[in-house]
Design a protein around this ligand. Structure first.
Ligand code: SF4
Length: 499
């Protein structure tokens, strides 16, 4: 007969557990623990607590920060899940030193770090600097658009939101009328869409929605875009924006990061409710410079340093900012691949389109001659397009419509006659020519290897697929926390964590 070892779940076991021993050197939890204990200036939190004489003792911000950073590194962004981890996961239990902060404490801690997050980010950056992780020769800027805790169904211009409210009110009136008719016609009652309690609940819900829109419209002002047109507002989070991404339209934030090339350390991060990338170069460079100055660098730190950003950032304001800081910038325009011979084998580029260089400028008459020998006349002397000033030359409609070279001519799908945009500002033109040089074609593609691993790490490894907070300030805190985790990982992998 088989014999097995006996077991008894009622037995009592006393296990000696050292919480510190659970934090093994060489792990991220150990790096977070060591940095928070030894290198981060946590006194920045002290002013927020006023419980020295009355009130109960608060959770130490060190405990909360460590737990949140580890949770973000493991893809736990929900404060309820972080709370659960502090009860169930031995590493979290060790890092929290056996304490179990609840989800509201964790959420309130993250949301309230407006003034503290930047100093903490700089403290970690200083450690990166001391460990020689910052190369300081080349920087790349990019951003990713992430949904946030805001509903895109509650977006629209003020007139659209007014219409939405009227529609809801009309629906309420219709439901009430149907119910009234049903009550009056007791002998042969028609079927109302909702009935009894359900109908009352539905009406209440719709009335609440209409009241919410009305209150919101009364308190807020329309958002006006750069060209003077009204932008979409959002009732749930008005700082967020409706953004186009490769996965469709999202309501959220554009998270920007400026990255040092040597070990892909983030030197500045910022989340913004502006779906377009082109407005971010000045604030990102200014923010990075401020961070680097706090580390002891001079205001002319960026002078002569290489800076790359993709064609979404190619605007006059951005180029001027780079020039002002003395950066050796590489920001191509959106047609740069069409001019690059290395891309001619790409199927969609096999028919090379004409570019400005294919048009001959007749200086005496200030007109252009196209490759078909036809004249393009100056029609608009100054036109602003994506922050750049252009002169606009038009071909004749009759010439273009019968032209055999039309499929190869400059873009302008559906345009009856071709329009040639000639940049007035030399900065843009200089940049176009700089990108076309051998040096430009060697340096610019390095951007991909600098920025993409960073966003892949945060979005895929750290599973950041949406922000859970509302408002620019809070979302910015969350984004900087992810940047912090990324930089701490760099310290762990390439630097040395104090034992
Ligand atoms: S399409 Fe018009 S502008 Fe282009 S080559 Fe022909 S005639 Fe010239």
């Amino acid at each position: 007969m088989a014999r097995y070892k006996t077991y008894d779940y009622r037995q009592r076991v006393l296990l000696p557990v050292s919480l510190e021993d659970q934090l093994m050197p060489g792990t991220l939890e150990f790096a977070i623990h060591t940095l928070v204990e030894k290198r981060l200036d946590m006194s920045v939190f002290d002013g927020k607590y006023h419980n020295d004489e009355t009130g109960r003792a608060a959770y130490d911000p060190k405990i909360l920060l460590k737990v949140v950073l580890l949770a973000y590194s493991r893809g736990l962004i929900s404060s309820r899940k972080i709370e659960q981890a502090c009860w169930e996961n031995v590493v979290f239990i060790a890092l929290a030193c056996g304490q179990q902060p609840d989800h509201s404490t964790i959420a309130a801690f993250v949301s309230s770090m407006r003034d503290e997050i930047q100093p903490l980010f700089r403290d970690v950056l200083l450690v990166c600097e001391e460990m020689n992780l910052l190369g300081g020769t080349m920087f790349a800027l990019d951003g990713c658009k992430l949904p946030s805790n805001a509903s895109k169904e509650w977006s629209g211009t003020f007139s659209e939101l007014h219409k939405k409210k009227q529609k809801i009110e009309a629906k309420v009136a219709q439901l009430l009328a149907e119910q009234m008719q049903a009550d009056q016609n007791e002998e042969n009652p028609p079927e109302p869409k909702g009935s009894g309690k359900n109908l009352q609940q539905q009406v209440k819900k719709l009335q609440k929605k209409a009241a919410l829109i009305e209150q919101w419209l009364a308190k807020n002002q329309p958002k006006i875009g750069a060209v003077g047109r009204e932008k979409q507002s959002n009732v749930t989070d008005n700082d967020s924006a409706t953004m186009m991404t490769s996965h469709g339209v999202v309501q959220g934030y554009n998270s920007q990061a400026l990255i040092d090339a040597k070990h892909q350390v983030i030197v500045h991060g910022e989340a913004s409710g502006d779906g377009q990338d082109h407005g971010h170069v000045p604030p990102m460079l200014t923010g990075a410079l401020e961070n680097l100055q706090r580390l002891g660098h001079e205001p002319d730190y960026f002078e002569g340093k290489i800076f790359t950003a993709d064609s979404n950032y190619h605007t006059l304001v951005n180029l001027q900012k780079c020039q002002e800081l003395g950066l050796d910038a590489y920001i191509p325009d959106c047609r740069f691949r069409n001019r690059d011979p290395r891309f001619t084998t790409q199927k969609r580029r096999q028919v090379r389109r004409f570019t400005l260089q294919d048009f001959h400028h007749d200086e005496a008459l200030d007109q252009y001659i196209c490759p078909n020998g036809k004249i393009l006349k100056l029609v608009v002397k100054r036109v602003l397009n994506r922050g750049h000033l252009y002169r606009k030359y038009y071909a004749s409609e009759t010439d273009c419509q019968i032209c055999p070279l039309r499929p190869r001519c400059i873009y302008g799908v559906g345009a009856k006659r071709k329009q040639l945009f000639v940049p007035i500002n030399s900065l843009s033109h200089q940049m176009v020519e700089k990108i076309q040089t051998e040096e430009g074609r060697r340096i610019y593609p390095q951007r991909l290897a600098i920025v993409e691993p960073v966003f892949a790490n945060i979005r895929i490894n750290k599973r950041l697929d949406r922000f859970t907070l509302r408002g620019k300030i809070k979302v910015n805190i969350q984004w900087l926390m992810y940047c912090l985790v990324h930089n701490i990982e760099k310290i762990l992998n390439y630097g040395m964590v104090y034992g």
